[in-house]
Write a protein that binds this ligand. Structure first.
Ligand code: ZN
Ligand code: ZN
Length: 139
């Protein structure tokens, strides 16, 4: 299959190619995603592992998600940019952090999750599905 999209970390030591469509895309307002991004919310793009090729040596950080399942976050050891996560209950997929894509204009958000902890100044868009918390995806 041909390469549809590519991405890389801020310093360029980690690069990746995507050869298929993601499973879904959501913006997450949970505290962990706010910390990971240093921003108001994180964007998560679960994608089947056979549709992405990642090059470069990453470091990882492991924690337990709100669901109780384990989650490992992978980041560039040189620039610290988080690239993706692996979640225990979805072993065949990884969760790409799609802000690292070279082109971010082709995907759309399917939903916003953990809106219960959205930052006070952020106005949630009306047209998108919103979930108070998050039952299906660990982040
Ligand atoms: Zn880097
Ligand atoms: Zn989150």
């Amino acid at each position: 299959m041909g390469i549809l999209h590519s991405g890389q970390c801020q310093c360029g030591k980690i690069t990746y190619d995507i050869t298929g469509d993601p499973i879904t895309v959501h913006a997450c307002h949970c505290k962990e995603c706010q910390k990971r991004t240093g921003s108001a919310f994180g964007i998560s793009m679960p994608i089947s592992k056979d549709k992405i090729t990642i090059r470069g040596e990453l470091k990882s950080f492991e924690r337990v998600a709100d669901s109780g399942f384990k989650l490992i976050q992978f980041f560039c050891p040189n620039c610290g940019n988080p690239i993706y996560g692996e979640v225990e209950r979805r072993p065949n997929a990884l969760t790409l952090f799609p802000g690292t894509l070279d082109d971010t204009n082709w995907f759309r958000l399917d939903r916003m999750i953990w809106t219960c902890s959205a930052q006070a100044w952020y106005e949630l868009p009306e047209e998108i599905e919103k979930l108070d918390k998050n039952v299906d995806y660990d982040c």
